[in-house]
Design a protein around this ligand. Structure first.
Ligand code: FE2
Length: 486
């Protein structure tokens, strides 16, 4: 497996070394307008030999790593987050019979693993439209093939975000469906090397940039769509496209909104091994032994996984020093991470969880990190996008993480972004507690001082839109610049 990861890195390096044939390494390739990757005007063309060599080496590395189990993913080293090679999928979930389905896998680090979701929609003209593909294991592909047999071939694979954790799987998945057209959210970049899409596995000749308007897509009859950002920071970017599936009144988003849940997602209950993250985090201290059949304990573990995932350092924990964590390790109690459990749950975490849940079943949450470090830098553009989304009459929201198939409509979607307004969140709306936010607020201060993120232009009121826009920073990466509100 380690060999596979090294092979992938080596393949990338080789491919990059071939770039000067047509593209200086110092020049970043970015895409601004819709069109195939081969016909974007005034852009350096990527060399097809480089793409072929890079793709071939990736395939060799995957084959060499071996995938004996149907859920094994040999290319896990491209983005080494857990679960590593064994990427189990939850059973296909039917959201609307005969029309909408989802499949969940897990991803994360240090046992803070959350569902990552791909959505599948049957097009009215036949065939399948897929949003944000996940790891293309045999198990996952079998589920998609069975839908193809019933509903027609995969026609479109859409990456509706610039987020690396979604992009990393989309190229490999696309290669498995050679008849499909692949569509990428504008403003793609890569980390640590900003490679062009052709060198991160996206097929040459059938990969396109997602148009701004659904009228310019082949799925205009079925979907409306609206693009947010991408907003560019020094080292990354945030942007995604929301899709409204008209026949089923379903809204698909990636990371913009989500909902925490007390109930444990099915992906954690497939078998005993799938429970590992919950068993690890259900402990109040290192000496606690958790019964894997105790659902209350597993729910406690799931609640804490969500708090870690959303805050990184929830206020309810006391963290141990590195020497203390090492000297107190107890692999006989829980063998994960060599028996290290570097904190105690010293305070009540239920209050923190309730604050993120809100009072109503349709309450949607913008993740604290996105509230604190990203969307508050471009509040007017974000609220413009919220206005566009709220014109659609959706009845359910399907995000790429946490709870699936949320019964919620435009009013709950709008409330989720009230943190950007001077009025603030109405009563009952999920709202991060200040003490839980401390790690993110500290990060905000240091990232601002280093110039990694722009200063906040302030909250938006009914009368100050122009002033906020005047204070907003718009950054560019290569030829691509963050869009400004008109
Ligand atoms: Fe995500």
């Amino acid at each position: 497996m380690r060999g596979a990861a090294l092979a992938v890195l080596w393949a990338s390096s080789c491919a990059l070394a071939l770039q000067p044939i047509s593209q200086p390494q110092t020049q970043r390739r970015t895409i601004q307008n819709a069109g195939t990757l081969d016909d974007v005007p005034d852009e350096p063309r990527v060399d097809r030999r480089a793409a072929l060599v890079g793709g071939g080496l990736l395939a060799v590395s995957a084959a060499a790593s071996g995938e004996p189990q149907p859920y094994d993913y040999g290319l896990w080293g491209v983005l080494p987050v857990g679960p590593y090679k064994a990427k189990r999928s939850a059973p296909l979930e039917t959201i609307v019979p005969g029309q909408v389905w989802t499949i969940d896998q897990k991803f994360g680090i240090l046992n803070v693993q959350v569902p990552v979701r791909m959505s599948i929609v049957k097009l009215s003209g036949g065939g399948l439209w897929i949003l944000n593909p996940i790891a293309a294991t045999r198990e996952l592909l079998d589920m998609v093939r069975s839908l193809e047999r019933e509903h027609g071939p995969v026609k479109h694979v859409v990456l509706g975000t610039v987020a690396i954790e979604h992009k990393t799987y989309a190229g490999v998945f696309s290669q498995k469906f050679p008849q499909a057209t692949v569509w990428l959210q504008p403003g793609q970049y890569d980390f640590p090397l900003d490679l062009p899409p052709e060198l991160t596995g996206f097929p040459v000749g059938r990969t396109r940039v997602l148009p701004a308007s659904s009228a310019d897509t082949p799925w205009a009859h079925d979907f409306e769509q609206a693009t947010l950002g991408p907003f560019i920071s020094r080292d990354g970017a945030y942007g995604e496209t929301a899709f409204f599936h008209k026949p089923t009144k379903s809204l698909f988003v990636t990371d913009a909104v989500q909902q925490v849940s007390a109930d444990i997602p099915k992906i954690f209950l497939l078998d005993e091994a799938a429970k590992k993250p919950l068993l690890y985090h259900a402990r109040d201290g290192i000496l606690d032994r958790i019964d894997p059949s105790d659902m209350n304990q597993l729910r406690k573990g799931w609640r804490r996984v969500q708090l870690f995932g959303l805050y990184f350092m929830p206020a309810a924990i006391d963290i141990h020093s590195v020497p203390q964590s090492w000297s107190e390790r107890r692999p006989d109690v829980n063998a994960d991470f060599a028996g290290i459990y570097p904190w105690d749950w010293a305070r009540d975490d239920v209050k923190a969880f309730r604050a993120l849940s809100g009072d109503s079943k349709d309450a949607l949450l913008v993740a604290p990190i996105i509230q604190t470090l990203i969307l508050n830098r471009n509040p007017v553009e974000t609220l413009d996008w919220v206005d566009a989304v709220c014109k659609w009459d959706f009845r359910r929201v399907v995000p790429a993480h946490l709870k699936n198939n949320i019964e919620a409509g435009p009013s709950s979607f709008r409330r989720a972004f009230s943190f950007l307004t001077e009025e603030g969140e109405p009563a009952g709306q999920p709202k991060p507690r200040k003490d839980d936010l401390q790690t993110l607020l500290d990060a905000e201060k240091s990232l601002e001082s280093m110039g990694a993120i722009a200063a906040k232009p302030g909250l938006v009121s009914k009368t100050n839109r122009a002033e906020v826009l005047a204070r907003t920073t718009y950054r560019c990466r290569g030829a691509f610049c963050a869009p400004r509100s008109k």
